[in-house]
Write a protein that binds this ligand. Structure first.
Ligand code: ZN
Ligand code: ZN
Ligand code: FE
Length: 743
């Protein structure tokens, strides 16, 4: 062995070291081995690297082992995630001259599947280069980008397990695939125009249809989108009619953030979110009405995303600065359409033309929806680009499966310290969504290769998830809804000891069959005590009251002793029947729900006659807020319960905007007062906030600020959604604790 720079060979020899590095995390399918290979060359090291069932294993030999290790961590590939590097010194090997990428025995064994990733800048440059062999190719991808989760059936992650299995690589692609220095080394979905999938129409044709005002169904990464010209108000209206979606906002796709600046305000953080590899829909504040009002009626935010597939880039390149409506093709709230035949059958009445291709989508993954709140990102929907990236728990535990609740459902599977929250599944009121729930359970457990030891679900006996849990051949652990909400915050923030939890949502079954939703809980792991709640209101008509805010308005008037006003306030409603329900307590169950309290305010202010989607009326109320007003007499705390009827009484005499201002300001002040008193009484300074009502930005931001001022540590969900879409994380965390306690 000779010294590399001609210095004394004997002293060099003493400095030569050999180390074995075991790296775990998301280190496969993200270009990790070529990166290691190049780094070893750079530091003049010999040895080898390979993938195995635990991650990446490598040995390095030379005089720069330490420098290599720190560079490895600092320069790791953008899409990778390193959980741990274990270093072991081993005996140097003589006569080793090169660094090798070893083929794993029995093919690629991959322990983690990456999320689907937006087309990378290198691929975009090739796609736009007329001299490149992939010029204009709609399926270009590489190790740094392209489909992953949505096309992968199971482990090991190699081409045979993806929906690319049917496409044989051409000799040129094959060469790239086997070249360690190529960007497509072991890029499982790699292909080119000679050997890969093809699109049913040319980009020129597709652009032509858009300009003509047609509605298109275009196959994307995790499902079909319905697409049209966002500036054509007639087409947007037609899409609403055909999709039977009266008010739920549509997302917009623009080529560059600059194009969104014509109609929305974009902060530097929001721009980073828009441009990130996950490419979520980002909710931005509207600044004017340059887009048709029908895109997001009566709301002051608009959902915007940038293109993330080659097809979308090619289409926007062709169309120039034209924003597109890009909404999930999920007719009538059914799961997203993913198959070509399915698209013909289910989208025929909605889309004028169907644009598909022959790369199958294995599992549907909706677009993610996020919002920037101050310096934090809030998930409204966590799906494409994030699933299946795990949320790391504080400690390792046995594998469990948590099935969530009912609305906006997701499931969660744990493996070791990692909690894998599934993509958005949807409301489980349809057989098709329930079938998707089954698929998601199989798919997620399949790609993680885990056999759960326990299934966790809600306390509600009639939820589809509870039925499913009962049907599985596993021990069951049922968890109270709001306990799970608070546990989801505890789990992701690694909170220790008891916390004061405030869960505000629409509905969850209480410990003794009550209807809960405005709850203060003392939570210490598996122990939960309900230490306070909102003063219950009657909910006349049961579930109907959750869609018709006037019913809750009338209920409040009745409770305030102003029942005689109901008929005059709601002249075109069946006020007589409602009065009867309230007088006799028939079909008017009492609920401590915060969601219904918001509905009551909307009903009293005559905002939103019928909610078109969950949270619709409260979103309209929030959009009206221009400043915060506080009525110091708007609430009282009686036997540790929060009574907001005085506030609703005041609100009922105001116009919509003043009412919205007073309602928000007073609710924040009341909650802060209620929480501070409970913290003092219980001698706890950690507060966990969760539940769909906290999606209200004014409420959550205002309350967090007040609690921080009072010296309390207040936490909201950050990585999981605040709504029931994050519930399965809390269930999974508690189920792990439960199993550990039982064993
Ligand atoms: Zn790429
Ligand atoms: Zn090829
Ligand atoms: Fe909930």
């Amino acid at each position: 062995m000779t010294g590399m720079n001609g210095s004394n060979p004997v002293s060099m020899l003493q400095k030569i070291k050999r180390q074995q590095l075991r790296i775990t995390g998301l280190v496969q399918g993200v270009g990790f081995r070529p990166f290691i290979y190049r780094l070893a060359q750079e530091f003049g090291l010999t040895g080898w690297v390979k993938n195995d069932g635990e991650g990446v294993l490598l040995e390095i030999q030379g005089i720069n082992c330490e420098a290599f290790s720190s560079a490895l961590y600092k320069q790791r590939p953008a899409l990778s995630r390193i959980d741990q590097i274990k270093v072991k010194t081993v005996t140097p090997v003589s006569l080793e001259e090169v660094f090798l990428i070893k083929e794993s025995q029995g093919g690629e064994v991959v322990c983690d599947i990456p999320a689907d990733i937006a087309t990378c800048p290198d691929c975009l440059a090739e796609m736009r280069d007329p001299l490149d062999r992939r010029y204009g190719y709609a399926f270009i991808n590489c190790t740094h980008c392209g489909p992953r989760y949505s096309i992968t059936k199971s482990l090991p992650y190699d081409r045979a397990q993806t929906t690319m299995a049917g496409f044989d690589m051409c000799p040129t692609c094959e060469q790239e695939y086997h070249d360690p220095l190529n960007r497509r080394f072991h890029a499982q979905p790699t292909c080119c125009p000679d050997c890969g999938p093809s699109l049913s129409h040319t980009i020129t044709e597709i652009a032509h249809y858009i300009r003509e005002g047609k509605i298109l169904a275009i196959k994307g990464l995790g499902g079909f989108h319905l697409v049209c010209d966002a500036l054509n108000a007639n087409t947007v209206q037609l899409l609403r009619e055909r999709k039977q979606r009266a008010a739920k906002p549509f997302a917009i796709m623009v080529a560059h953030p600059e194009q969104a600046e014509f109609f929305a305000h974009i902060s530097p953080d929001e721009r980073r979110l828009l441009e990130g590899a996950a490419r979520p829909v980002v909710l931005l504040k509207k600044i004017n009405d340059s887009l048709p009002e029908t895109i997001a009626p009566n709301l002051n935010h608009i959902g915007v995303m940038l293109p993330y597939t080659p097809i979308q880039h090619l289409l926007l390149d062709e169309l120039g600065a034209r924003p597109l409506v890009m909404t999930s093709a999920n007719p009538g709230g059914e799961p997203l359409v993913i198959g070509n035949d399915e698209a013909k059958a289910r989208l025929a009445g909605i889309a004028d033309i169907i644009i598909d291709h022959d790369r199958d989508i294995l599992i549907r993954v909706d677009d993610s929806v996020v919002r920037q709140d101050g310096n934090k990102t809030t998930f409204l929907r966590r799906a494409r680009g994030y699933t299946p990236c795990p949320i790391t728990l504080k400690t390792e535990g046995p594998s469990v499966l948590a099935l969530g609740a009912y609305l906006k459902n997701t499931i969660c599977v744990t493996r070791g310290k990692q909690a894998y929250l599934s993509q958005h599944i949807g409301d489980l009121d349809r057989a098709t969504t329930r079938a998707f729930l089954d698929e998601t359970i199989d798919h997620l457990c399949g790609i993680l290769q885990v056999k759960p030891q326990l299934v966790a679900c809600d306390l509600h006996p009639d939820f589809a998830t509870t039925h499913k849990a009962m049907d599985m051949d596993l021990p069951i652990f049922q968890i109270q809804h709001h306990h799970a909400h608070i546990a989801s915050v505890v789990a992701e923030h690694h909170l220790k000891g008891p916390v004061i939890g405030v869960a505000l949502d629409g509905f969850g079954l209480g410990n003794h069959g009550e209807s809960w939703g405005g709850e203060m809980l003392r939570v210490d792991g598996l122990d939960m005590a309900r230490i306070g709640h909102f003063t219950p209101l009657a909910q006349p008509g049961g579930d109907k009251a959750a869609v018709e805010p006037w019913r809750m308005g009338a209920s409040v008037l009745h409770q305030l002793g102003r029942a005689d006003e109901i008929e005059t306030r709601y002249p075109d409603k069946d006020a007589k029947t409602l009065m009867l329900m309230l007088d006799k307590g028939l079909n008017a169950p009492r609920t401590s729900s915060a969601g219904r309290l918001f509905d009551a305010a909307c009903g009293l202010l005559d905002i939103c006659e019928t909610s078109q989607f969950e949270g619709h009326a409260p979103m309209m109320l929030e959009s009206l807020v221009s400043k915060i007003d506080i009525d110091p007499e708007g609430w009282n705390i009686h036997e540790d319960n929060l009574n907001l009827l005085p506030l609703l009484d005041k609100v009922s005499y105001l116009n919509a905007q003043s009412g919205a201002n007073l309602f928000h300001g007073t609710l924040i002040a009341a909650l802060a007062d209620w929480i501070e008193k409970a913290c003092a009484r219980e001698k706890i300074t950690t507060v966990a906030l969760s539940g769909g009502c906290f999606l209200n930005q004014i409420l959550s931001q205002g309350l967090i600020r007040k609690l921080q001022k009072a010296g309390l540590d207040a936490y909201l969900n950050q990585q999981a959604p605040l709504s029931d879409a994050g519930l399965s994380l809390g269930q999974a965390y508690l189920a792990q604790l439960y199993l550990e306690r039982e064993n």
